[in-house]
Design a protein around this ligand. Structure first.
Ligand SMILES: [Zn+2]
Length: 202
């Protein structure tokens, strides 16, 4: 276990001068074992809004650790998945749209509508619980000897954490590869409703 932990891939999560690092896995597209048109398509997907489609293993991972850990994307064009310490917090929303799910910080009263799609807005039954990264430094600069100094129970827990992190990263990687087979990138112009002030003759 000490070997496994000491030799695991790591990523420097901050500037080199403040020396933070954590367990990481490389998920660079050119290391996915794909080539030709698949690789071309992978780069196309990378330039699109793809993250929501493949992040579900991270939600599962957070849940299984009760929000104590999460996985972040780091490095140029998200080439690394990094293990972070995390915490559960309430973002403070009080109501939500019944149609599009848009969240709102205001309590809904009779006649409240969604700011996006104008459908009725209802109050949330309980406060939302979201997970956010707290620290990006886990076992920074620990040598194999340092690991061996830790208790067996600690090593066992740590190895379990890092193994489940690895498994979640594999799932994210697989989900990305599935995107290549199941989706195509379409270009569209998105109209964003915007409030503008203009002069009108009186
Ligand atoms: Zn809505």
């Amino acid at each position: 276990m000490a070997d496994f932990l000491a030799s695991h891939n790591r990523y420097n999560t901050m500037n080199s001068w403040n020396g933070n690092s954590s367990y990481a896995n490389c998920v660079k597209v050119n290391r996915l074992g794909i080539n030709g048109t698949s690789l071309e398509k992978a780069f196309e997907i990378l330039a699109s809004d793809y993250w929501d489609e493949i992040r579900f293993p991270i939600r599962e991972f957070e849940k299984s650790w009760y929000g104590g850990y999460t996985i972040g994307s780091n490095g140029r064009s998200g080439g690394y998945l990094v293990l972070y310490e995390a915490e559960v917090y309430s973002p403070g929303h009080r109501s939500t749209c019944t149609r599009c799910g848009q969240l709102n910080f205001q309590q809904a009263v009779e006649g409240s509508v969604c700011g996006v799609c104008r459908a009725p807005r209802v109050n949330l039954k309980s406060p939302l619980k979201w997970v956010r990264a707290k620290s990006s430094s886990i076992d920074h600069r620990m040598s194999k000897e340092d690991y061996l100094d830790m208790s067996h129970a600690w090593l066992k827990d740590r190895a379990e954490l890092v193994r489940s992190f690895d498994a979640a990263c594999d799932q994210v990687r697989n989900a990305f590869i599935e995107l290549i087979n199941d989706f195509m990138v379409v270009e569209e112009t998105v109209m964003v409703p915007q409030k503008v002030k203009r002069l009108e003759r009186i």
